[in-house]
Design a protein around this ligand. Structure first.
Ligand code: FNR
Length: 361
């Protein structure tokens, strides 16, 4: 771990932060961060999917300028990148989410704060020009509403309701290394969990499942906030269509970075089918396995309006603090611009499936 604002030599791509961080971090924290659930089939599938999509180069059609701006929920963003909600930045940096927020701000990048952050959402908000809050259903409508009101009052611009991880599924390597969240790192955005009475014959899993979100929970949230609500964890066309019918403002195609149900599709594979089903106007974001500007380009070409960056933000934070986060984001943006130029795309709207070549590279 390193809080010094220096970038080690040899970091020339966003992905280099992964190698450097995994060398530096304690083994149990590295396993928590890098790992996926169960056999890690989905974790691997996320990355492999990018290798099945090739690009087409442009000859004599190279644009003279490259514009990465996008509109998202009525706001103009300088580029189609956001930082995904990732829990417990305090494991990685002494300033926790405040350090990440500084890096995001320096790179003009919205941050989606996890409700499992180690820093109070009110403390992070002033460091963000554009922040969204991610939440899980908080057992009861009243508890969920209290969290939503805090986000509204602190100035967050949108809510992201994560639906694909009603129960957390710890990675096997992290379990082998006995990874645990240290007690000094609090979860100041969450109220202590309500203890559910043990019913004879009921397993611990069954007790947890009683608190999982339902469509009624979603309807409650939609009716009780003026903020746009996006649902994260969408992989199936039928779910995407149903959720939009319910009135959600956007969807995030995600499998929690391969950390929820192992065996679900790679997000890049699910994305084009969902875009086709929901139409061009729906707000559709994607995350999972993005490690380069080329990956961002492929996700946009297959239907994403923007992408979220998960593990890379903590890898960069571990290696070079806020500067590392900003540097990693800058490298992704610059690589996206290069890729756009070489494939003949002057702006984000020009990135479409005609720029892709399906088949192994
Ligand atoms: C996550 N993710 C996540 N998602 C969420 O909605 N709330 C959360 O608190 C967390 N916490 C979290 C912790 C860690 C250590 C990881 C790696 C991931 C999932 C995250 O938002 C995102 O979906 C994935 O990380 C995207 O995949 P990549 O970019 O990590 O490959």
């Amino acid at each position: 771990m390193n809080s010094q604002p220096t970038i080690p030599p040899g970091i020339v791509s966003a992905e280099d932060y992964e190698t450097a961080a995994l060398e530096r971090l304690p083994a149990d924290i590295a396993a928590w961060l890098a790992g996926g659930s169960a056999g890690e089939w989905t974790l691997r599938a996320n990355r492999r999917a990018f290798g099945r999509v090739g690009l087409r180069n442009a000859l004599c059609r190279v644009p003279r300028t490259v514009d990465t701006r996008v509109e998202l929920l009525g706001e103009t963003m300088q580029h189609p990148l956001l930082l995904a909600p990732v829990a417990s930045h305090g494991l990685i940096h002494p300033l926790a989410e405040l350090a990440t927020a500084q890096g995001a701000q320096a790179a003009d990048t919205p941050l989606v704060l996890s409700c499992q952050a180690n820093t109070a959402l009110e403390q992070v908000a002033p460091h963000l020009s554009h922040g969204w809050l991610q939440l899980y259903w908080q057992q009861t409508p009243e508890r969920t509403l209290r969290l939503i009101r805090r986000a509204e009052e602190a100035g967050y611009c949108a809510l992201v309701l994560t639906l694909d991880a009603p129960v957390q599924s710890p990675g096997r390597q992290a379990q082998r290394l006995r990874f645990e969240l240290p007690s000094h790192l609090g979860l100041p955005n969450l109220e202590p969990a309500l203890r559910r009475e043990a019913v004879p014959g009921q397993s611990a899993l069954e007790r947890l499942l009683k608190d999982a979100a339902t469509l009624d929970s979603l309807a409650f949230i939609l009716h009780n906030t003026h903020l746009p609500v996006l649902v994260k964890g969408v992989l199936e066309v039928a779910d995407a269509v149903e959720l939009l019918g319910y009135g959600v403002d956007g969807l995030i195609v995600s499998n929690h970075g391969g950390r929820a149900l192992d065996g679900v599709s790679a997000t890049l594979d699910a994305l084009p089918l969902i875009r086709q089903a929901v139409g061009a106007q729906a707000t559709l974001l994607m995350d999972g396995g993005i490690r380069s500007g080329y990956d961002v380009f492929k996700a946009l070409a297959l239907g994403a309006d923007a992408v979220l960056i998960g593990r890379l933000q903590l890898y960069a934070l571990a290696v070079a603090g806020p500067l590392g986060v900003a540097h990693m984001l800058k490298m992704l943006q610059e690589e996206l611009q290069l890729c756009m130029a070489l494939s003949g795309c002057a702006d984000i709207a020009a990135i479409d499936p005609s720029r892709l070549r399906v088949g192994q590279i």
